[in-house]
Structures are given as structure tokens and as C-alpha cells.
Design a protein around this ligand. Structure first.
Ligand code: FAD
Length: 378
């Protein structure tokens, strides 16, 4: 942290408290945020913070994105996934986009005029991406895209989609390419209904359908077809780390909520905090949250130095999310029946965090990645 990052943290904290938290109930009912939240976040400098200024970004690095992500997680705002927009898609463009592609899309992503999504998962496949069915057939200077994607974060508002397709259906991983699809005026593109979820009720998660959608060939990411799987593999450590960063921030929020509650709640004539079970459980949770923060901070350092490998990122993702889910569950127990009432933040956290063990690569897939490295002798 430095003074610049502290200031950004303060801006982000105030933004989420003022612009998002008051709308939580209405956004939950409609299952999505208002579209203009993206423009407001852009105006506040919270989009594309880690993208160079020449492309309209904040000119920062991963620390800037991590600070914004932490504040969003602490405020329990899921309504718009800046992680997907700024933390993932903008970096695909920065790493693999041509100069023309960067100039065309990044500045409008930084203002919130464009909302980005990444569409990999399909109804038939999630973990095993090599078997995806969505395909793109070359037809002159266009691709013709057909298929469907599901569970897509920002699915309602997204108008720029980083879409994984098979350009060579016979080729497995080597047949995967990434196409940037602008949805406006895209004939054959359709959004399905918003998906009703266990938690993260304000997040617009949707299915996307592509029926012979024509996409100009100059919207391919990278200089040739078949590079998509490699591009995904290279970017996944950052994607997994950002999930771990959010998990750590959430653990600390859960602990803060709980400590306030157990100090005030009286049981058998004394504060709940004075019970040995409460003290020991919270001591355990606080230890785990502190260890998680140190490990994830170390991973951020590694990422900034270009040293974060896939195995360590997988460790951070599975361990931080698993620990987070466990801590939130332990914390909820101290609230008794109130912990089951959605008006209490701890109840919402309980429902919201569960998915973190599933998306961004399931925690079982993370362990498989780590096990391969263990098998090789680390
Ligand atoms: C709220 C939400 C938001 C999401 N956002 C996005 C998004 O923006 N973009 C996107 O593309 N996707 C998104 N996803 C999809 C998510 O990434 C997938 O759900 C996830 O990758 C798992 O795929 P699946 O659901 O098909 O499960 P499956 O792959 O069918 O897995 C089922 C079970 O099998 C286990 N399993 C799979 N492979 C192995 C293995 N090798 N060894 C052991 N066990 C294994 C899994 O761990 C899991 O427990 C989102 C999902 C949710 C719920």
C-alpha cells in the first residue's frame, strides 16, 4: 500500500457505500443493477484501474485492481462484476489485442460505455473447456458463430463479450479461439432469462445464445486462430488471484460483523463474547483470515514481479475460498436464528460466498492442478 492506493481505497469505499448499498433491495428484486452504475463507476475511476492511461485506464497495476475488488467485497456489492470487466477482460485485450483493438475497446470500457463479459461455460461443459461446442466458421472476412453459453456474469448488461469458440472443432484445445463480440446490432445474438441463483441476487448472470452471428475476423484476439486455450491458461492465475483477494476481504467483513454482534448479544446474563467457545472459535477464524491475507498478499507481490505460477494461483484460489466459506459458516452460527434472516449481512454473505468454490475453475480442478505439480516433485 502507499498514499495513492489508500486514496483509491477511500474513493472505492465511499462509492460502494453511496452508489450501491442503498439500492441493494431494489437490485435484488429486479436481479440486476441499473445500467448507469457502470457509467458512475467509470466516472469515479474504478474501471480499468490497472490499464495504461493511453487506453483510457487508470495507469495503475494489479494492486489498484485488488484494492477496488477488496472494497467491493467488503461492501458486499455483487451487482456489477468489475472483476470480470476490469480484472479479466481488459487484461485479455491488453495482452493479446492488436493496437487497433485496444484503442477501439479499452477507452470505452474505462468509461463504462462498454460492459464486458467473458463467456466460456456452456450448458454441456464447464470444467472441461476443450470440449466446448460453440463454433465459428470462417466466411470471407467474417466468422459465423453458433452455440450457447451459460452462467455468464454481467450477462444482461454486457455489450462486449470475450467469447470462447472452436475455430477447429476437430482439434481439442488447439481448436479454441477467443473472439470479441460487440452485441449491439448483432443479428442472431440473444440473451436468455436472468438465472435465479442461491446468492449474489443482484448480479445479472445469464445465458447467451448465438445463432449464425457474423463477427468480423479482425475481432479475433491474437494473430492467429487456435491460440485461445493458451491465452486462457496464461490469464487464469490473475483471474484466480482476484477471486482469492475478494475472499480474504469477505472473511474480514464476516469477522467484523460477528465481533460487533457477540459483544452486544447477551446469553445467560453475559455477553456472548465472554463464552469460551466464542473466544476460541473467533480466535481460530481470525488466525485463518490473517494467514490468508499474508498468503494472498505474497501472491500479489509474485504477480507484480511476473512470478505467479499456475500452481500457486490455484492454491490461493481454493484455499482462500474454502476458508472463506468455512469462516462465514462459523460466524453465522453466533447469530443464532438472526443469522438465518436475510436482513442480517451474515446471512447474505453465507449465500453469496458459496459460489466462489465453484467459479473461476472449481476447487477440485484447482487441486488437480496442484496435484500435477506435486506429482512432478513440485
Ligand atoms: C454465479 C456464477 C457465475 C459464473 N460466471 C461465469 C462467467 O462469467 N463466465 C463463464 O464462462 N462461466 C461462468 N460461470 C461458470 C463456472 O465457471 C462453472 O460453473 C464452473 O467452471 C464449473 O463448471 P460446471 O458448472 O459445468 O461444472 P462441471 O464441470 O460439470 O463440474 C461438476 C463437478 O465435477 C467436478 N469435476 C470436474 N472436473 C473434475 C476433475 N478433473 N476432477 C475432479 N472433479 C472434477 C467439479 O469440481 C464439480 O464438483 C459461473 C458460474 C456461476 C455459478
Amino acid at each position: 500500500m502507499d498514499a495513492d492506493l489508500e486514496q483509491l481505497r477511500d474513493t472505492a469505499r465511499r462509492f460502494y457505500e453511496r452508489e450501491c448499498v442503498p439500492h441493494e433491495k431494489r437490485w435484488t428484486e429486479q436481479q440486476h443493477a441499473d445500467r448507469d452504475i457502470w457509467l458512475k463507476a467509470g466516472a469515479a475511476g474504478l474501471l480499468c484501474a490497472g490499464i495504461p492511461e493511453q487506453y483510457g485506464g487508470g495507469g495503475g497495476d494489479f494492486r489498484h485492481e485488488a484494492v477496488i475488488c477488496e472494497e467491493q467485497a467488503r461492501a458486499m456489492v455483487n451487482a456489477f462484476s468489475n472483476n470480470v470487466h476490469s480484472g479479466i477482460v481488459a487484461h485479455y485485450l491488453l495482452a493479446y489485442g492488436s493496437e487497433a483493438q485496444k484503442q477501439r475497446w479499452l477507452p470505452r470500457m474505462a468509461t463504462g460505455e462498454l460492459v464486458a463479459a467473458i463467456a466460456l461455460s456452456e450448458p454441456g461443459i464447464g470444467s472441461d473447456l476443450q470440449r466446448m461446442k460453440t463454433h465459428a466458421r470462417r466466411d470471407g472476412d467474417h466468422y459465423v458463430v453458433s452455440g450457447s453459453k451459460t452462467f455468464i456474469t454481467n450477462g444482461l448488461h454486457a455489450n462486449l463479450i470475450c467469447l470462447a469458440v472452436k475455430t477447429d472443432p476437430a482439434a481439442g484445445a488447439k481448436g479454441v479461439s477467443l473472439l470479441m463480440v460487440e452485441t449491439e446490432g448483432s443479428e442472431g445474438f440473444r440473451r436468455g432469462k436472468l438465472l435465479e441463483k442461491l446468492g449474489q441476487k443482484t448480479q445479472d448472470t445469464a445465458e447467451l445464445f448465438f445463432d449464425e452471428v457474423r463477427v468480423p475476423t479482425d475481432q479475433l484476439l491474437g494473430d492467429e486462430e487456435g491460440k485461445g486455450f493458451g491465452q486462457l491458461m496464461q490469464q487464469l492465475p490473475q483471474e484466480r488471484l482476484i477471486i482469492a483477494v475478494g475472499a480474504v476481504a469477505t472473511m474480514h467483513r464476516a469477522l467484523d460483523e460477528t465481533i460487533t454482534y457477540v459483544r452486544e448479544r447477551q446469553v445467560f446474563g453475559q455477553p456472548l463474547m465472554s463464552m469460551q467457545n466464542t473466544r476460541f472459535k473467533l480466535a481460530e477464524c481470525a488466525t485463518q483470515a490473517t494467514v490468508a491475507r499474508s498468503f494472498v498478499d505474497d501472491c500479489i507481490g509474485r504477480l507484480l514481479r511476473g512470478e505467479l505460477d499456475a500452481t500457486t494461483a490455484a492454491m490461493a484460489k481454493w484455499w482462500a475460498t474454502d476458508t472463506n466459506v468455512r469462516i462465514v459458516d462459523e460466524c453465522l452460527q453466533f447469530f443464532g436464528g438472526y443469522g438465518y434472516m436475510t436482513e442480517y449481512p451474515i446471512a447474505r454473505l453465507y449465500a453469496d460466498v458459496r459460489v466462489s468454490k465453484i467459479y473461476g475453475g472449481t476447487n477440485e480442478v484447482m487441486k488437480e492442478i496442484i496435484a500435477r505439480s506435486v506429482e512432478r516433485g513440485r
